[in-house]
Design a protein around this ligand. Structure first.
Ligand SMILES: Cc1cc2nc3c(=O)[nH]c(=O)nc-3n(C[C@H](O)[C@H](O)[C@H](O)COP(=O)(O)O)c2cc1C
Length: 211
């Protein structure tokens, strides 16, 4: 955390389905007064998924943020995934929390194996070695034994495994309702709870039974 009490966050975006999850997270982080800086790293396939799923073409860093958010950002710094010498590749640079959203099973494998061969893998490795919060929003289905073992390995090293699985207990009406609730759960893990998150008040059936 910064001296002013504000947070520094890293967001890694990989080539798994669910670019909209990254878009929603970046929007919420950008408008969050508790957040000072957001380091955004997008893999080559992550860029392809922004194009495939959200019709956001690959472009300069400045244009990418503008296209993802619909407006420019003072907080979001895009860093190349090849730049393993960036600030976030060092434990001496105090990132408060990192999410990989969505996280492909390929990047999961790199993180579980500690390869550190690109900036997302290296930054995630740094979060684990420094015992800082790392949330992996793994997306694929079904999972193979390799995926499951990699998730276990990453979890045992300190990562939070939050597969991109929607919830329905808040009666979502739109895809945005599903996306918001999921992303808010991820942000709550990163100690950035959001007012828009639905909190389960206890089931009506159970309350009726008690009365
Ligand atoms: C349209 C499209 C959808 C994909 N969806 C997934 C997915 O949901 N989960 C996954 O793990 N990989 C998915 N892949 C495959 C990954 O993009 C691929 O394994 C890639 O090498 C991952 O690299 P990265 O982790 O560096 O982004 C998809 C690829 C494409 C082109």
């Amino acid at each position: 955390m910064q001296q002013n009490g504000k947070k520094i966050i890293t967001v890694g975006v990989t080539g798994a389905s669910g670019a909209v999850l990254a878009q929603k997270m970046l929007g919420l982080l950008d408008s969050d007064a508790r957040v000072e800086r957001i380091h955004l790293v997008v893999t080559e396939t992550g860029l392809r998924l922004f194009a495939e799923e959200l019709a956001i073409p690959s472009s300069s860093a400045h244009q990418l943020v503008q296209r993802i958010l619909g407006h420019p950002s003072q907080k979001i710094e895009v860093i190349s995934n090849k730049d393993v010498g960036a600030s976030i590749a060092s434990g001496s640079y105090a990132v408060d929390a990192m999410a990989v959203i969505p996280c492909s099973v390929g990047t999961l494998a790199k993180i579980a194996a500690g390869t550190c061969d690109d900036l997302i893998a290296r930054s995630a490795d740094v979060m684990l070695k420094e015992a800082r919060k790392l949330v992996l929003c793994v997306r694929d289905t079904p999972f193979s034994r390799i995926h499951l073992e990699n998730m276990l390995r990453a979890q045992q090293a300190g990562a939070v495994i939050m597969p991109a699985i929607p919830s329905f207990y808040h009666h979502p009406k739109t895809i945005d309702d599903l996306v918001v609730q999921y992303v808010c759960r991820v942000l709550a893990q990163m100690e950035l709870p959001q007012d828009v998150m639905f909190r389960w008040p206890g089931s009506a059936t159970a309350k009726e039974a008690k009365a």
